[in-house]
Design a protein. Structure first.
Length: 584
C-alpha cells in the first residue's frame, strides 16, 4: 500500500507545485500589466494635459480673434447714422459687408432697440438677416443693457451654429440707440480637430456639448438638464430643434470615463473667455495594448529563461548520463575482466588440481609399476609353461589367468606413462617407422577382432625430433581407442597414415565407429574421463597422449567423419634430412 501510495503522493505534490508556480506566474504577469498600464497612463495623462491646453488656446484664439470688432464698429458714425437715418442703411450694408470680408467673419449686423435687424453684411445673399428680429437672444438683451453679450447658438436664420458677440451702439449723448452683433463660425476649427483624430468635447454650464471633434456627439448632454432649464433653453432657441439627447457617457474613478462602452482617460480644462470646459479624452485600448505587449515581452523573457534553464538542466543531465554511461561501461569492463580473471583462476585452479592428482598418480604409478612388474613377469612365464601342458583345453586355468594378466597389463600400461620422467632426450625418428611399430604392437588385437587395417604411408617419410618410443605409445593409444569405437560395427575398419599439411605433417587415425557423440577434443582429453567398462581403462589415454604430443611441439585434433566414425589428427613440425642425420 505504501509503495503504491508514495508515487501518487509525489504526483500530487508535483501537481500542487505546478499549480502554485502557475498561480505565481499569473500574479506576476498581472502585477507587470498593472504597473505597465499605470506607467503608460501617467505618461498619457501628462501628454493629454498638454494637448488639452493646446486645444483650449486655439479655441480661445478663435473666439477672441474678432471680439473687439463689434466694439469698434459700435462707435462708427456710419452705424450710428444708419440707426438714425433709414436712407443711409444701404450704404451701411455695404460697409458691414466690407468689414466682414476683411475680418473673415460670417456676419456683421445691426439691430434697433426692438431687436429688428436694419443692416447686415449678408444683405446680398439669398438667406440674410435683414428684417429678422433677434430680441429673444441673450446676447441682444445683454448688449441692450449696455454690456458686451456673448452667446453660442444655432443660427435661427441660417441654421448653422456660431458664436455671437454683441455691443451696444450709442449716440452722441451716450444713449443706447441699438445693438451691433458679430457671428463667428467655428467650422474650420472643428474640422481641424476632426482631422487630428483626437477626441475633444466642449461643454457649457448645462453640460451640453456645444463643439466636438465627432459630429454625432454635438448637442448631446453629459447630464440631462432639468425640465425648467430645458424650457428656458427652448425659449432662447439656442439649439434649434435638436433633441439634446444624453451622450453615452459615464464618469468613472481615477480620471476615467466610459464613452460608448469604451474606457477613456479624461483631461478637463476650463475655457477662460467662456463658462465652458474642454474635455480631452484618450481611449485606454492603446494603453492596454502597450501594457499587454510589455506582459508579452515579459512572458517571452520568462519563456527564454525557462528554455535556457531547461537547456542548461538537460545539458547537465546529458553530461551526468554520459558520465553514468561511462561509469557503467567501465563497471561492465571491470565485471568482464573480473569474470575473465575468475574464469582463468578457476581454470588454473582446476589445472593445479589435475596436476596435483597427476603428480600423486605418478608417484602411485611408479610404486605400483615397480611392485607389479616382477610378479607379472613371473606369472607370464608360469602361464606360458602351463599353456604348453594344457593340451588346448578351453576355459583352462591358464586361459583365465592369461585374461587377468592382460587386464592388469592394461592398467599398468597407463600407469607407466606417469611413472616415466618428464625430461627425455630428443632424437630424430621416422614417422612411417613409428606408425608401422604401433600397428605391429596392436596387430594381434586387430586380427582377433577382425578389424580391417589400412595404411597410408607415402614415401619418402619425414622425420620428427623427439622420443620415438613415447610417440609410438600415442599412436598405440589412438589405435586402441579406434578399436574400442568399432566394436559394435558390422564391418569395422581403421585407417592410419600421414600426409603433408603445409609446413607441417598430419598423422591421422580414422575409424568408422560411433564417432565423438558431440564431444570436443578438450572434453575427451580430460583425465579420468572414459566410456569404457570398469576395469578396461582409467580414462587417462587421451590425456597422456595430448601431453606427449605437446612435448613434441604438436597439437591433437578430433572431428567426426561425414560417412560416420571419427578422425584423430596429430599436427607436427617435421625436420629436414640434414638435421636428422646430424642428430644421429
Amino acid at each position: 500500500m505504501s509503495e503504491r501510495g508514495s508515487p501518487l503522493r509525489h504526483q500530487r505534490r508535483r501537481f500542487a507545485v505546478a499549480l502554485i508556480a502557475l498561480f505565481l506566474l499569473a500574479v506576476s504577469f498581472l502585477v507587470i500589466y498593472a504597473a505597465a498600464f499605470s506607467t503608460f497612463k501617467s505618461s498619457e495623462l501628462e501628454r493629454a494635459q498638454g494637448r488639452a491646453e493646446f486645444y483650449r488656446t486655439t479655441l480661445e484664439s478663435a473666439l477672441d480673434r474678432l471680439e473687439h470688432l463689434p466694439f469698434i464698429l459700435g462707435q462708427d458714425p456710419a452705424v450710428v447714422r444708419g440707426l438714425q437715418d433709414p436712407e443711409s442703411r444701404f450704404a451701411l450694408n455695404r460697409r458691414l459687408a466690407d468689414f466682414a470680408a476683411r475680418a473673415n467673419a460670417e456676419a456683421l449686423y445691426v439691430m434697433d432697440l426692438d431687436g429688428l435687424t436694419i443692416a447686415a453684411s449678408n444683405y446680398s445673399e439669398p438667406v440674410n438677416f435683414l428684417g429678422e428680429n433677434y430680441s429673444f437672444r441673450p446676447y441682444f438683451q445683454t448688449a441692450k443693457n449696455g454690456q458686451r453679450g456673448k452667446f453660442f447658438a444655432i443660427g435661427a436664420t441660417t441654421k448653422r451654429p456660431g458664436f455671437f458677440v454683441a455691443e451696444p451702439v450709442r449716440d452722441s449723448t451716450d444713449n443706447i440707440i441699438g445693438v451691433i452683433a458679430l457671428k463667428i463660425e467655428l467650422d474650420e476649427l472643428v474640422a481641424a480637430w476632426r482631422a487630428s483624430g483626437e477626441k475633444i468635447l466642449i461643454t457649457n454650464l448645462d453640460t451640453i456639448v456645444v463643439l466636438a471633434s465627432q459630429p454625432d456627439w454635438q448637442y448631446r448632454t453629459l447630464a440631462p438638464p432639468s425640465e425648467e432649464r430645458l424650457l428656458q433653453i427652448r425659449q432662447m432657441r439656442q439649439f434649434g430643434q435638436e433633441p439634446l439627447a444624453p451622450l453615452d457617457w459615464e464618469r468613472l474613478e481615477n480620471d476615467e470615463v466610459a464613452l460608448a462602452g469604451e474606457r477613456h482617460i479624461r483631461v478637463r480644462v476650463p475655457v477662460t473667455s467662456q463658462p465652458w470646459q474642454l474635455h480631452f479624452i484618450v481611449s485606454t485600448a492603446g494603453l492596454q495594448e502597450r501594457a499587454l505587449f510589455v506582459v508579452f515581452l515579459a512572458a517571452i523573457s520568462v519563456a527564454l529563461l525557462a528554455i535556457m534553464f531547461i537547456f542548461w538542466r538537460s545539458e547537465r543531465l546529458r553530461r551526468a548520463l554520459d558520465a553514468s554511461h561511462q561509469d557503467r561501461k567501465r563497471l561492465l569492463r571491470e565485471i568482464e575482466d573480473r569474470k575473465a580473471t575468475e574464469k582463468a583462476l578457476a581454470k588454473t585452479q582446476n589445472e593445479l588440481e589435475k596436476s596435483s592428482r597427476m603428480a600423486a598418480l605418478g608417484q602411485l604409478a611408479a610404486s605400483v609399476t615397480h611392485e607389479l612388474g616382477q610378479p607379472l613377469s613371473a606369472m607370464r612365464n608360469y602361464i606360458a609353461i602351463e599353456e604348453m601342458n594344457a593340451a588346448q583345453k578351453p576355459e583352462s586355468l591358464a586361459t583365465r589367468l592369461s585374461g587377468l594378466v592382460r587386464r592388469m597389463e592394461n592398467i599398468t600400461r597407463d600407469l607407466r606413462f606417469f611413472a616415466q620422467p618428464k625430461q627425455h632426450q630428443k632424437t630424430p625418428f621416422d614417422v612411417a617407422k613409428a606408425i608401422e611399430n604401433a600397428v605391429g604392437l596392436t596387430r594381434h588385437d586387430l586380427q582377433a577382432r577382425q578389424i580391417e587395417m589400412a595404411l597410408n604411408l607415402p614415401t619418402p617419410a619425414p622425420q620428427i625430433l623427439g622420443d620415438g618410443a613415447r610417440f609410438e605409445q600415442v599412436l598405440v593409444n589412438l589405435l586402441r581407442n579406434a578399436m574400442s569405437a568399432v566394436d559394435d560395427v558390422s564391418a569395422p575398419k581403421i585407417e592410419i597414415g600421414w600426409a603433408p599439411a603445409g609446413d607441417n605433417i598430419a598423422i591421422y587415425v580414422a575409424d568408422n565407429g560411433h564417432g565423438l557423440k558431440g564431444q570436443q577434443i578438450e572434453e575427451l582429453q580430460e583425465p579420468f574421463r572414459t566410456d569404457k567398462p570398469s576395469g578396461e581403462g582409467m580414462g587417462l589415454g587421451l590425456a597422456i597422449s595430448a601431453s606427449i604430443v605437446k612435448e613434441h611441439a604438436g597439437e591433437l585434433f578430433a572431428v567426426d567423419n561425414e560417412q560416420g566414425g571419427a578422425t584423430f589428427t596429430i599436427l607436427l613440425p617435421p625436420i629436414s634430412k640434414d638435421k636428422g642425420q646430424s642428430g644421429q
